[in-house]
Design a protein. Structure first.
Length: 270
């Protein structure tokens, strides 16, 4: 079963992923710098401007890349070889920012493909549960190309859930969705998150305020702030409103910008 709940937690095992001084670079350009963090049960939100390193961090957590510096540990063991990364991937459900798939494939065929590729033929029995968990049972035979944006995101969420992962990694899952679709996707993630470590990366601050247990803020590849959502809102509520940026902003958004402004004021080297 892919539905969340206390029973799933004991069956799936408690996820344990730690990053210790992790660095990663693309063609010599750093994307992550000395990043240390822990992924725990519950929802961890990753905030940062474009180019902050969010997607790179998620690819490391999903076992799709290996750290160039420092170490990622999974269940206490370092992830330093492709075999180590493969073992991590078995426990991860990954929803990329821009999933590309055949628009003519039905929801059921999409989810079945990932179920069988990850679990063998026995995985096919999990397909209906995964589709039901994201509320698409009535669209299971609909081609991906005929779904709304929110439905398509939920279809790809189903493929991330079908092997009952202990870690769910979501890269900008609500990008391009309207407000109603964003709320519905958040509800489906919460409904399926029991016992899992969910990592949700976004630049939409308010998506995380009612969803995350903890928030990490990245800037230029560094972890520059971490804490619960209410602490970010409190920071925003107490921030100086003389910057001309207060109108129309939530406390969480103001807190996020205050963190980035504080980093900039310190003049940290990129």
């Amino acid at each position: 079963m892919v539905h969340g709940g206390a029973g799933d937690r004991s069956a799936r095992g408690r996820p344990d992923v730690r990053l210790e001084g992790v660095g990663y670079a693309y063609r010599g350009v750093p994307a992550l710098r000395g990043l240390s963090a822990e992924v725990a049960v519950g929802v961890t939100g990753i905030l940062g401007p474009n180019g902050a390193g969010k997607s790179t961090l998620l690819r490391l957590l999903a076992g799709l890349e290996l750290a160039h510096e420092g170490v990622v540990r999974f269940d206490g063991a370092p992830v330093v070889t492709h075999a180590d990364a493969s073992r991590l991937r078995e426990s991860v459900g990954y929803l990329p920012q821009d999933p590309r798939w055949s628009r003519s494939m039905s929801v059921r065929d999409l989810v079945r493909y990932f179920a069988v590729s990850r679990l063998g033929r026995s995985g096919a029995v999990r397909v209906a549960d995964a589709i039901d968990a994201v509320g698409l049972s009535d669209r299971r035979d609909t081609p991906i190309g005929r779904l709304s944006g929110g439905q398509a995101r939920r279809a790809f969420l189903a493929q991330a859930l079908v092997h009952d992962p202990s870690i769910l990694v979501l890269d900008e899952p609500t990008a391009g969705l309207d407000p109603v679709q964003r709320v519905r996707l958040r509800q489906h993630v919460l409904a399926t998150s029991g016992g899992r470590a969910v990592v949700w990366a976004t630049h939409i601050v308010d998506d995380l305020l009612s969803l995350a247990d903890r928030i990490l803020v990245l800037d230029e590849g560094r972890l520059v702030w971490s804490g619960p959502p209410h602490a970010l809102e409190e920071l925003g509520a107490s921030a100086d409103r003389g910057d001309g940026m207060g109108d129309g902003m939530s406390a969480g958004e103001r807190g996020f910008l205050a963190v980035l402004a504080r980093v900039s004021a310190r003049g940290e080297e990129p």
